[in-house]
Ligand binder design. Sequence first.
Ligand SMILES: [Zn+2]
Length: 200
Amino acid sequence: MSVSTKRPTREEAEAAVRTLLLWAGEDPQREGLLGTPDRVVRSYEEFFEGYRIDPVALLERTFEETDGYDEIVLLRDIRLESYCEHHMVPIIGRAHVAYLPHRRVVGISKLARVVDAYAKRLQIQEKMTAQIANTINEVLQPRGVAVIIEAQHQCMTTRGVHKPGVSMVTSRMLGAFREDASTRRELLAMIGRSPAGSID
Ligand SMILES: [Zn+2]
């Protein structure tokens, strides 16, 4: 990511929130809103903490004592919280991340943290899906990687076309998951069909 402009100060960020409150028709000086700019700026630090996480470093520690385990490793239903880069509203859903180990495995919590590292940024779902898969592929060099994300975009549910209940599904398959239909089928069977409406 290139940052061409200087990062504003916290005070400047809080002033920008006051401007948006005025734009919405509010009075930033009323009691209930006095602490809001501070809280919004703190929330932004959480929402966008992915910019401060190095996904490659997360995957560098691996374990080789696997007794030759070479079947699918799947982490299913990872809660995903991201933010649409066009409207800056939440994308909420879940990710399934799988790989086929080649000699070494990684701690499973690290896979979930790689999802967060890319999700907690301004994103589009297609790019985020590819970034997660590509990073796991490049660092672990497994025999295959699959990332499937299903998510609801609040820019579609609470504004614009107002279509709640619609989820978007994206996937990126690499290596054996891409080339071998039976490996891909095995993965999809392991993930199973998700019950409707369970994303929240
Ligand atoms: Zn959007």
